[in-house]
Structure formats: structure tokens, C-alpha cells
Design a protein around this ligand. Sequence first.
Ligand SMILES: Cc1ncc(COP(=O)(O)O)c(C=O)c1O
Length: 512
Amino acid sequence: MKKNSGALLKPDPCQRKTPFLSALKAYVDSHPAAFDVPGHKMGCFPTDLSRKISNVFFEYDANSPYGLDNLYNPTGVVKEAEELAAKACHADHCLFSVNGTTGGILTMFLACLSLKDKVILPRNVHRSVINALIISGAVPIFVTPYIDADLGIADGPSVEAMITAMDENPTAKAVFLINPTYFGVVADLKRIVKEAHKRNMLVMTDEAHGSNFYFSSELPASAMEAGADITAMSMHKNSGSLTQTSLILTQGKRIDFARVRRSYGMLTTTSPNSILISSLDAARKEMVFHGPEIIHKDLVIARRLRKAIQKIPGLAVIGTDYPQHCASTGVIGIDETKLIISVKGLGLYGYDVYKELRIKYNVQVELGEVSVILAIVGPGTGQWQEKRLLDALRGLSHDYYQKNKKRRSLAFSYGFPSTIVPPFEAFDAPSKKVSFDKAIGEISAETIMAYPPGIPLVIPGEVVTADAVGMIRFFQKEGGEVLKDCEPDKIKVIDRTHWYLADEIHMLGHGS
Ligand SMILES: Cc1ncc(COP(=O)(O)O)c(C=O)c1O
């Protein structure tokens, strides 16, 4: 049985190597006369940025010079660095993504699914998944997630709901899951993988928030440990690499890795940033050797914070007993380094708290939602940040708890519209822009989402409901950032009078 912390099992000394970073440093130290791109020629064209953050950054900004290998057809230091990362994560293969997990998700959909292949997935997926459905032409079978109405967050769907979807769609090619959700909530991935594989379905996962699972046995199982076939995970979010950098990992024989590589090549820049790549090399080494103790330190801080926050009037924080509160919903655990703090007791929205923490207390949390804020403890968190967060939360409680005690109770519920046309068909269909009221009952041709967390409220192919419009208006009014294709007060819907394909379209849930 694989352990999700290879490091705990005495790391392989080979993991001390950082092949790409070492080659990059040797290249910079050799002071070449650069007649290649980029044009700043290793920092010889100073700008305000280089003057402010150090020219060294620019010296290391190389673009595939001789000896630094090639991200598309690696045979040297990139190949070696990717192999070390694969081994560190107990995967068979690894690709470095310089377009985050977004790029990884697009890659895996294009690689694993063909036009009209069915994929079973929870509806609370990130926007990149909706785009991946459009690009691949795959047909989604959405499973409604468990909605925690009290916190106003969506967890995973129950195992039973996933199994039912698999039984009802035996020809589905793949199952897609989130491990964990943005809020750190995990489902029983191992069981779902087993059920999917029994039915000959691939398992693909989004681990944008799960890279730390690979480096500690104190955290839930990683996708590779749970037996998934392919995953994309953001090393940058909680394992120390630079923003934008992720790993695509695969294992087993169900995956055609050559096709994964081809798809990756189609979606990735031909000018990958060498600093980003070397940050993956360096973070992998650090996490292999020190991940267990670093994550243990994070857990100690997070547990201390939980205890203290729980005592602050008006605040509540989700703990390890969360799965018991969500019995039979499929929630089996949480990533304790993520603090989901309910602020309802302050009579404030999470958005308000998010802003006030930043403006008044100089504390930046990950996000504010309707009822909660999310604070993430990571490898770089220390006692001074812990103290500042606690002081700020105490200050907020002092200012608002008594005053707002009798204020409205904040009610909010998620509801997802039904998809009746595959997103790729709706994306291509003729469209028109109409007012919110006129859009109700029409089929959306655009993705509308509140950011963060980036889970779409409406996607192309879904029927726009009064509920969905209510949610869009709510987010616009209450401070959530609403991202959409057209004007803030309009929705792009399919123009059915010009929809020549209408008769041929396979209407989801209405066809054979
Ligand atoms: C659940 C989820 N999936 C995927 C992504 C995309 O990850 P990245 O920012 O690494 O592209 C995010 C980003 O926040 C996310 O929250």
C-alpha cells in the first residue's frame, strides 16, 4: 500500500537533486552573451520591476537555452526533474504545468475524453472544468453536491450519489472528483475510485488544494494514494512553489500518457518561465525532506487557532468532527490546515469580514463567502501571523458581536440549474443578450460565476432559473465579484429562433 508521505518512509537520497534548478544556476553563473529571447538579456535592461524586486529575478528568467531541456519533449534536466516529482508523489508520470491546475484540468479532459464522451462529476466544480468540457466536447453528468446550508458551502456529493450516477450512465468514460474542495473537505475517494474502476471508468481529480496531502501522513489521502488515474495539483497553493505552478500526475495502464503529453503540448506556452519550473524542482525537494515536519507545524498552529477562535464570541470554526455533523453526506474528513470560520454570529457577511480584516487589521485571508471566511495555514505561517489573525478576529468580535446580535440572520442557499444542452453545444450556439428577467427559462450561453471560489452559478447549456438570477443579483449587491461574458445586467442566452441545430441536438435528460 502506498503511503502518501514517501518522506516519512525515509526519502530516497536522489530526491536531494534539483536537476532543473541546478542547470539554471550553472547557466546564469556562466554569464553567457545572450542572443536569444527574452529581450531583457538576463537583466541587462533594467525596468522599475527589476529595480524594485532585484535584478537577480531577471537573470534567472531564461527561455529554454541550450542545456535547459524542453518542456514538450524533455530528454535532459526537465525529464529528470519531472521523474523525481513523479516518484515523490508515487505516480508513474509527471508533467510540470506553468498554467496552474487550470492548465492541468484542461489537459486531462482533452487527453482522456473525446467528443460526446460522458463524464460524471459534481456540479460545484471550478470554472476550469466547465472550460475543459467545452474544449473537449465531453458531456457532463452532473451530480448534486451536499450543500451545507448553515455554512453556505458545497461539499462533495455522497458516494451513493456517485454510484447511482455510474449505474445510470454505464457508458460514461470517466468520473471526475475534487480532492479536497476549496474549503478542505474530502470525500471517500478510495471507495469512489474502486466503484469507478469496477465499471471500467477512468478517475480524474482536481487537487488544486491538495498538494500537501502528498507530503504528510497526517492529512487525508492523495488522489494517487486513493488509486485515481490522473490528477492535477497546485504545488503553488500549499507546497511552496511559485504561483502558477502545478503538477499533472498519472498512474496505471488506463491512461494513455503519450496522449496526455500531446494534449499538454497543445495547451501550454512555448515560452515556459524557467523560474517557475525551477520553483517546482525546489519545492518538491523541500517537501520530500521537510514536508512532514512543516505540515506538522502547520497543524499545531491550525489546532491552536481553532481552539482560540472557538472562544471568540460570534465566531465558530469547523473542526475534525465535521464529518459527524454531515453524516451520510459523503464527507469523511477535512484538511485541518484550512480554517473555515463562520462569521454569521457577528451579523456580517464573510465578504465584509474579508475586507475589514485586510483594511483595518492588515490580515489577508483566502476568501470571504456569504457566511464564512477561509484562512489557510501554510509552510510559511509562523507565530506572528497567528497572533495578528487572532487579535483581528477578537477586534471584529468586540466591534460587532453585541451591536449586531439582533441583526438579521443571514440565509443563503445554493441551487444548481439543470443542464439540458452539453456546454460545448451551447457555447457554439447563436446567442443574444437579454435582461435578467427575460433570461429566466432560457438556455444560458455563458458562464457566470462568483469569484472566489470560482464555482459557476450558471454554465452554458443550463436553464436560467429565477433562483440563479437571484443568486447573481445577491452576489452583485453584497460584494462578491461576479464574472460574466456580457454586461452586468444582462445574460447571454441561446437565440432559439436562429438555433438551426435544435432538432439534431441531444438534449440531456431528454434524449435516448
Ligand atoms: C477547486 C479548484 N480547482 C482548480 C483551480 C485552478 O487552480 P490554479 O489556480 O492552480 O490554476 C482552483 C483555483 O483556485 C480551484 O479552487
